[in-house]
Ligand binder design. Structure first.
Ligand code: CU
Length: 93
């Protein structure tokens, strides 16, 4: 049963991958988030980017978790758009 399940998942993935690339996520350190409205600005900017699926803010850690479609954008492009609104970021850890 386990094997069969794996085979089905593989087939589904192969069929759907051109349209539905696997979502990736990246944790970004944003040292410039110094007040609670900063993440709002960043989130707004990122949600306008093509391929960004969701943005989770961890304000207390000055981090963002961004999930994105790697067929449409890259962590590099995401970091560029946070910098464009005044918040340079880098990949955490
Ligand atoms: Cu602020």
């Amino acid at each position: 049963m386990k094997l069969l399940h794996g085979a089905i998942a593989t087939v589904l993935f192969a069929v759907s991958s051109p349209l539905w690339a696997a979502p990736k996520s990246v944790t970004l350190a944003v040292p410039g988030m110094t007040c609670p409205t900063c993440p709002v600005t960043i989130k707004k900017a990122l949600m306008k980017e093509q391929g960004v699926a969701s943005v989770t803010v961890r304000y207390e850690k000055k981090e963002l978790i961004v999930s994105f479609d790697d067929a449409k954008t890259t962590p590099d492009a995401i970091m560029k758009s946070t910098a464009a609104v005044g918040f340079p970021s880098q990949i955490a850890r």
